[in-house]
Ligand binder design. Structure first.
Ligand SMILES: [Fe+2]
Ligand SMILES: [Fe+2]
Length: 380
């Protein structure tokens, strides 16, 4: 069984120096190559619908396609400064403003201009990481088409490849045409995506991407959708979320069957992978690149972020609100003597275990179909 050191490269989850030492040193690289160790698998069993839940998802996906160029209001004027001042009142910024009252805080002498810049940079950074994560999803799902042994899953994954291409496209277009350039990929996110692609076991692609990365993305998109006042970004996010809910459901519905047949030792390896992914994603949200770009020493800021008791850090905890119930549904919380349950307790996120899992709720999040039905009823 692996130690914390082997799983995440440090014994203490909150080891500041170890977290900050993981930095992207290749910010100018144009391409990045990762070894993909899995086998490409043909199946000669073409029986469509042998897995009815996946078949249903595939049929739904075919009817829920949208066009990133024509279905979003790209002619919307985006006033970045105005939006940032409207968003400056959100809970995350409020917490930094409180920290500014402490003498010696890096924010102590922040002007209103700098607070606005922080919102602008934070938004730019988050959307850039979403874009990079979307490309990770594109590659992972193409890999699933090859590596999963079931025809219904290959069919569904093919629709997800199209979804992810569209997601990369719309985030890149928003960043390029409405904001001011990109941030390079965060090193913690990059490490996680590399690990997922590198793993030879087909279910690990699902667990890392569909359950962990996309589960967190679904919650994070929901926050940004709630906070932004930009109608273009709002619609972009709700359309992306419609697709993402299906993607997470794909992971849960596929792995549920597979994990029922695994031994405790095999499940323990999956638990460890889920824990590693959770820590990497927590680390990336410390947004060290934003502090560096703003000329702020990340040490005191990240230290204060790590010191927030989990119960008072609702925003960050809620990012795990999809992951925890989905892991529970897969039997990962309590396998191996409850190992992952205890890790999620340490991270302060176990309270979400009985929230609705995405295998159940994806249809409710399908805004694209709702819009289409509403459009049809207005037209008739
Ligand atoms: Fe996506
Ligand atoms: Fe996705």
């Amino acid at each position: 069984m692996a130690s914390h050191e082997q799983l995440i490269g440090r014994q203490d989850v909150d080891d500041l120096e170890a977290i900050l030492a993981v930095a992207n040193t290749d910010v100018d690289e144009a391409i990045h190559t990762v070894a993909d160790n899995s086998d490409a698998i043909f199946t000669w069993d073409y029986e469509k619908g042998a897995r009815p839940a996946l078949n249903k998802l595939y049929e739904k996906a075919k009817n829920s396609q949208w066009n990133g160029e024509t279905d979003l209001p790209w002619d919307t004027e985006v006033d970045v400064e105005k939006l940032a001042s409207e968003m400056g009142d959100n809970p995350v910024i409020q917490r930094f403003r409180e920290a500014a009252r402490v003498p010696g805080s890096p924010f102590e002498h922040f002007t209103e201009r700098e607070w606005t810049n922080l919102v602008i940079e934070g938004q730019n950074w988050r959307l850039s990481q979403f874009m990079h994560g979307e490309q990770g999803a594109l590659l992972c799902t193409a890999k699933i088409v090859e590596s999963v042994p079931w025809i219904d899953a290959k069919y569904y994954a093919a629709t997800q490849v199209m979804d992810e291409a569209r997601h990369v496209e719309v985030f890149a277009k928003y960043l390029d045409t409405k904001l001011t350039g990109h941030y390079p990929i965060n090193a913690h996110l990059k490490m996680l995506l590399d690990d997922i692609i590198n793993d030879s076991r087909w279910d690990m692609t699902y667990l890392g991407m569909q359950v962990m990365v996309e589960g967190l993305a679904l919650a994070a998109f929901g926050f940004m959708h709630m906070l932004t006042q930009d109608p273009l970004l709002k619609q972009l996010l709700r359309y992306v979320m419609s697709d993402e809910a299906r993607h997470v459901a794909f992971g849960v519905l596929s792995l549920k069957e597979y994990y029922e047949g695994l031994s405790d030792a095999e499940l323990r390896e999956r638990q460890e992978f889920a824990f590693e992914a959770a820590v990497r994603m927590r680390d990336r949200f410390l947004q060290q690149e934003v502090w560096e770009r703003m000329g702020i020493d990340p040490r005191p800021v990240v230290t204060s972020m790590l010191a927030i008791p989990p119960k008072e850090n609702m925003f960050q905890q809620l990012l795990f609100s999809k992951i925890v119930p989905n892991c529970k549904k897969l039997g990962l919380l309590d396998a191996s003597g409850g190992w992952l349950r205890r890790r999620f307790e340490d991270l302060g996120v176990i309270q979400f275990e009985d929230w609705v899992d995405t295998g159940e709720e994806y249809a409710e999040l399908d805004e694209v179909t709702k819009d289409r039905l509403a459009g049809m009823s207005t037209a008739s």
